[in-house]
Design a protein around this ligand. Structure first.
Ligand SMILES: [Zn+2]
Length: 265
């Protein structure tokens, strides 16, 4: 079995097609899909998708690229939504949260400060409720790590990981797994492929980030969670492993990173 640890199934690209997309993934043995929230406006949507679709779970959080429009009251709404969601077994993590210093205007000034504020406050919620976090990491590894050293959470997944081996080891040391997906399928992505090939197997999980991050064979079409086995086969090849073993190991890692998902049947 496979697990897609990061898929934006509520995105506009999948409008009206979510049931088909989730079922196509299940036919490819993708037993679980994690749907992260991005803003207060989609908390109810991701929860409803997970309730309707047999292989879907969800996370709750405010994505760094949605922080510019977010209000302070959204953090209180998030806290209340998390407290209520604890009764829902399909709720598995805080996310997607993090810092994006790649998008122009987000890397300095008031938007950087606001991003850090929302990230820190959401880490505190993860600590308060003892939940794993799904991290968005873009040109922000060291600042994310700085706050993780200060605000201890149980761990989680650094999604679409790209960085140095030293940064990867720092995340792993803080209890994180690293998410690999479509980017790894491009032969020119030398650093990501080296990380995927050489990091300890128990640190790796698979993800699509669908509809984004289409693998090489789909690009520039939209990505879908049914691509996970083929993406996993690329990782198996990079590591010189058999595909079934890689599937089993990465699914076990996803369960270890997301204990509430592991508790599902
Ligand atoms: Zn995402």
């Amino acid at each position: 079995m496979w697990i897609d640890t990061h898929c934006h199934l509520d995105a506009a690209e999948f409008a009206g097609e979510q049931t088909l997309v989730a079922a196509a993934a299940q036919q490819q043995d993708v037993s679980w899909i994690v749907i992260p929230a991005v803003a207060r406006a989609n908390f109810a949507t991701v929860a409803a998708l997970a309730a309707q679709l047999p292989n879907c779970t969800y996370a709750l959080g405010i994505h760094p690229l949605y922080v510019p429009q977010a209000e302070e009251a959204d953090l209180l709404a998030l806290r209340n939504t998390i407290a209520a969601a604890l009764a829902d077994p399909r709720f598995v993590a805080i996310g997607e949260i993090g810092l994006d210093f790649f998008v122009p205007g987000m890397e300095s000034g008031p938007l950087r400060d606001k991003q850090e504020h929302f990230y820190v406050e959401q880490l505190k919620l993860a600590r308060e409720f003892d939940l794993p976090v799904l991290l968005h990491v873009r040109r922000s590894q060291d600042i994310l790590l700085k706050h993780l050293r200060r605000i201890k959470v149980q761990g989680g997944i650094a999604h679409a990981f790209n960085g140095s081996f030293q940064q990867a080891e720092a995340f792993i040391g803080l209890g994180f797994r690293l998410g690999f997906g479509g980017a790894m399928t491009f032969t020119r992505a030398l650093q990501i492929r080296r990380l995927a090939a050489e990091l300890p197997l128990d640190a790796l999980v698979l993800e699509t980030d669908a509809p984004d991050m289409a693998p090489a064979w789909l690009h520039p079409d939209i990505n879908q969670p049914q691509q996970i086995p083929r993406i996993g086969a690329v990782l198996a090849e990079l590591r010189g492993m058999a595909v079934p073993e890689l599937a089993q190991a990465t699914a076990a890692n996803a369960r270890a990173a997301l204990p509430r998902l592991a508790a599902l049947a």
